[in-house]
Design a protein around this ligand. Structure first.
Ligand SMILES: [Zn+2]
Length: 312
């Protein structure tokens, strides 16, 4: 009898534990590609992770590996952005319930759709986000004139905007992004846009790291502004990420920080990113839930039915 009782208690605790493990996650910052260079190591992710992270052989494998990583971590929804409309269509048709899509910029730094096309495709549900806007990579400030009609349409139609801020891959200006400038990633450069568009729904990708004081200033003054922690979870020394996240939490933004892996070519970064947040010693369980799911669900204004289906 006693043995039976022990087994019963053990199985109940296992059920509770597995339910706990099954809490849903939203990854607000993913990327999809129309082509991918194989076997590239994430050399800038620090020695430990660079060894683990290698790009897959092709885009199909990349997509499948991201889906596997999402399943493994119970990521119910991922916001995928791309420089290719075809890639976005492919991701969304492969797993329609798992992805929202965002448009990035072309080789000149312009969004890959015109403002009118963005509006039409948003209404059709084929595009969900303006961004990630990597204007900084092209030597452009966020309020460059060509972007004005985009912000206007985004505000009028409730299209969320994701602005790249802060850091980029080390060595970028001397290799793939000659026009990239660190100072163009300062979060306060976004201020003229938020002044002009008080109802714009926007978030700062990478939380403006390392310009965290500017992120705090902006999030304090503009209460609708959110931030994601994309790439910081796996490309920074963990102490640097934790002190940054703690700083933002201490400043009172625990309900506006969103989980994003920014996996880029390396699907394996998703698991590292989730683990890093889960293991943050200063976060309570409810703070983790907010960062990993609730804040993004609120920001994206997800349907309550969809939210409850994610928790089943
Ligand atoms: Zn990104």
């Amino acid at each position: 009898m006693k043995r039976l009782l022990t087994i019963l208690i053990l199985s109940i605790s296992m059920v509770v534990y597995s339910q706990d493990m099954k809490k849903p996650i939203i990854d607000i910052h993913l990327h999809g590609y129309s082509s991918i260079p194989p076997n590239v190591k994430a050399s800038w992710a620090g020695e430990t992770y660079a060894q683990e992270l290698t790009s897959p052989q092709n885009t199909e494998m990349h997509l499948q590996m991201v889906i596997e990583e999402m399943k493994k971590n119970n990521i119910k929804l991922g916001v995928i952005s791309s420089t290719s409309v075809e890639a976005l269509t492919k991701w969304k048709t492969t797993a329609p319930e798992s992805f929202l899509s965002g448009i990035q910029t072309d080789e000149l730094g312009q969004p890959i759709l015109s403002p009118d096309s963005l509006k039409i495709l948003f209404e059709k549900g084929e595009v969900d986000i303006l961004g990630e806007l990597g204007l900084q990579y092209f030597g452009l400030e966020p309020d460059v004139p060509m972007m004005a009609p985009y912000y206007k349409i985004a505000e009028e139609n409730g299209i969320p905007v994701c602005l790249h801020t802060g850091l980029g891959p080390p060595g970028g200006p001397h290799s793939f992004a000659p026009k990239f400038r660190t100072t163009l990633g300062k979060p306060t450069l976004f201020e003229p846009i938020l002044v002009k568009h008080p109802n714009l729904k926007a978030f700062l990708a990478h939380a403006g790291y390392p310009y965290i004081e500017e992120t705090i200033a902006m999030m304090y003054i503009y209460p609708k502004l959110y931030a994601d922690i994309g790439v910081l979870t796996w490309a920074l020394p963990v102490e640097a990420f934790y002190s940054t996240l703690k700083h933002l939490m201490d400043a009172g933004f625990g309900r506006r920080i969103m989980f994003g892996s920014d996996q880029m070519m390396w699907p394996g970064a998703i698991t590292i990113a989730v683990k890093t947040v889960e293991e943050a010693p200063f976060l309570s369980e409810s703070e983790k839930r907010d960062i990993l799911y609730n804040n993004a669900a609120r920001f994206l204004e997800l349907d309550p039915e969809l939210i409850s289906s994610h928790h089943k």
